[in-house]
Design a binder for this molecule. Sequence first.
Ligand code: IPM
Ligand code: MG
Length: 359
Amino acid sequence: MTKKVLVLPGDGIGPEIVGEAVKLLKALQAQGAIAVELEHGLVGGAAYDAFGDPLPAQTLEAARAADAVLLGAVGGPKWEPLHISKRPEKGLLGLRAGLGLFANLRPAILYPQLAGASSLKPEVVSGLDIMIVRELTGDIYFGQPRGVETLASGERRGINTMVYTESEIERICRVAFDLARKRDRRVCSVDKANVLECTELWREVATRVGADYPDVALSHMYVDNAAMQLVRAPKQFDVMVTGNLFGDILSDCASMLTGSIGMLPSASLNAAGQGMYEPIHGSAPDIAGQGVANPLATLLSVAMMLRYSLGAPEVAQRIEAAVSVVLDQGLRTPDILSAGMRRVGTVEMGDAVVAALPT
Ligand code: IPM
Ligand code: MG
């Protein structure tokens, strides 16, 4: 059955990297490996420019009707002066909330060919394979009250609220434990239970859920220690589960272990298995339009889409294998370039992955 994919290139390098993903999907379609119908839409700054709204109603509707959404990136300096409610990031957050995409999977896997590109010593990162499970529709990102108010004294005060219900914590922990069962059966739950009541509850619920998974080893770690451990000895982790804000920060940190943030894909899933797929890097306005952005995180996001939403895990594996072949060939975008390797741009990298697809 033909699956519907909504393509949202977004801003900055978004259109360039998504262009390579579309090329890959069309090549797989031509090979008869998948049957997809692509629809295009606007989100973020691009949508604001066209409609005055970073998430136009028709984009959210199209996303709801799709089997999966492929997103590039949103944001850029052009839209920074806008009120926070109109900024491109609101488009992304609105999609996450509107589709109920509570489970964000961010795998940090080191391709052995890139061990030298990591900021850490090769022996510290070689074989790295961490799955960060980030809760995506709760926490301080969405908590009320929020805003900036003016006090009687005339001074202003900014407010955001960290909030989690037990059921929100429970469902994301279940996602983490279920994933761990397909991996090394270890979950590290990250919180700040020594200071924040909200995450003290998180720890309690994680422990309770963990009792249903006696075959999975559960540990707990404070977020500051987790950040330190990620750069000290990252291979100690299998699955990490944490809230929205901590997960945002820790996943950027983990990405550098793999050589470049340009390598990390992500999947954001709802209870129905519908998903949005995007590279975890942003819109990189500093290099937009130059044809140098690394498309691999986006191509690997297509692989996650095939695995988690389109029921084609074997095609996902073919994409991942092709990425490995291209790295073996020595092709590198500037972000992962090292001595002796061949520097290529976005399009050349995308072409190479398509050419390397095992048939
Ligand atoms: C991410 C990004 C987003 C986030 C921004 C662009 C709103 O940093 O996906 O990690 O904070 O979640
Ligand atoms: Mg982030």
